[in-house]
Design a protein around this ligand. Structure first.
Ligand SMILES: Cc1ncc(COP(=O)(O)O)c(C=O)c1O
Length: 383
């Protein structure tokens, strides 16, 4: 663990996300190694992490970015100029497509109808287009909302709905099925994909293996990933794309919060924080999961167990139970780990909750507040 990540940064106003440049570079170096050894292209999936202040840094290591729609595509176009810019969205409007073809080099479609509806525009622009397919091979357990292969999924064309010949102009296939997984489920998924869609691969230019690869997690089987990429390149002569989001900023940011009050529930003290699960870390409630908190233990593991909760009106706006060597006091700061990803991109101002500031800890240890949010940010999203 990078010890400095748990710093409470007393000079910063809370709540604040602190993104750590050293941790980011650590991840980017791992990803760059995979690219160098395999010749694949790794893209930042902006849905997980869109802190565009560090896009120039990310662009030094990765091939480019991928977007979930026009706005993210525009962000990458503006803030990571000159790098590859891909987009996938289940459906694009005609107005969006007019702009997307100006700024993206690769567009993936989720249906044959969308491909054809926009054909005159993408054909004229000369961008490379692909189809997202659904390998119908689930390797996830428990999180149906994160499983694009779950029954009833709208994500990706099923084999039975594709003709034997791909429509004219299609240059790539895209699948995304994983979530926080190792290389083995990818290898397994590729085998299922190959069985169903392998006939289309000769003659294509690229394949996109989506995201959900936890490549920068300690213990991830990088050798198995690289072997798969090399075998695809060798067998089919395709350019191979990966578009992880989490792996880029995994464990590269914290959320620092202050204890504002402590109330007594029937069984344990409840710390009321200036952060909120519902507003600042919605995945905690959606997934759900218990975010890591520095210098704490599991409930009952250390001397004092507390419930960490928010100051919104939502009774369920609770982060979880944590134990401490000694009970935190009002005014103390707590540091949640792994808060760069799927956090600031999902923020909201329910209850008029202030948005956390966004800070960058530079390599020399100094912290710069990159963005401060205030009342106007709340107001300008309403009318
Ligand atoms: C199409 C697509 N690509 C890439 C990603 C990034 O996934 P992750 O952040 O889990 O690596 C997602 C996540 O939902 C996705 O839907």
């Amino acid at each position: 663990m990078m010890e400095h990540l748990k710093r409470q940064e007393p000079g910063l106003q809370t709540p604040v996300y602190v993104v750590d440049e050293a941790a980011l570079v650590h991840n980017l170096e791992i990803l760059q190694g995979v690219q160098q050894r395999t010749g694949c292209h790794i893209l930042l999936a902006q849905k997980a992490f869109s802190m565009f202040r560090v896009y120039p840094l990310i662009g030094q290591y990765l091939a480019g970015a991928t977007a979930s729609g026009l706005f993210e595509a525009r962000l990458a176009h503006e803030e990571m100029p000159g790098k590859e810019n891909h987009v996938f969205c289940p459906a694009y409007t005609p107005e969006e497509m007019e702009e997307i073809v100006q700024i993206c080099d690769h567009i993936s479609f989720n249906s044959l109808a969308q491909l054809e509806a926009h054909r005159p525009v993408w054909e004229k622009a000369g961008v490379s287009v692909g189809l997202r397919v659904n390998p119908e091979h689930s390797t996830q357990e428990g999180h149906a909302i994160y499983d694009p292969c779950a029954p009833g999924s709208r994500l990706g064309i099923r084999r039975q709905n594709l003709p034997d010949q791909l429509p004219k102009g299609v240059e790539g296939l895209h699948f995304h099925t994983l979530c926080e997984q190792d290389a083995a489920p990818l290898v397994e998924t590729f085998a299922a994909f190959e069985e169903k869609f392998g006939q289309y691969l000769p003659g294509l230019k690229w394949i996109n293996l989506g995201g959900g690869h936890h490549i920068t997690r300690p213990g991830y089987d990088i050798a198995a990933l690289e072997q798969l990429i090399l075998s695809i390149r060798e067998k089919y002569g395709l350019e191979v794309y990966l578009e992880p989001g989490e792996a880029i900023a995994l464990s590269a940011g914290t959320l620092i919060t202050t204890v504002l009050d402590i109330v007594q529930a029937t069984d344990m003290p409840v710390l009321i924080l200036d952060t909120s699960a519902a507003c600042h870390m919605p995945d905690v409630l959606e997934m759900p999961y218990r975010p890591p908190l520095y210098d704490s233990g599991l409930p009952g593991e250390k001397a004092c167990t507390c419930l960490l909760a928010s100051r919104t009106c939502l009774a369920g706006d609770v982060i979880g139970e944590y134990s401490f060597d000694s009970c935190p006091q009002i005014g103390d700061r707590l540091v949640f780990g792994d808060m760069a990803i799927y956090s600031m991109v999902k923020n909201n101002t329910f209850n008029g909750m202030p948005l956390p500031d966004i800070a960058l800890r530079h390599l020399d240890g100094s912290c710069e507040v990159v963005r401060h949010f205030g009342y106007q940010d709340f107001k300008t999203r309403l009318s």
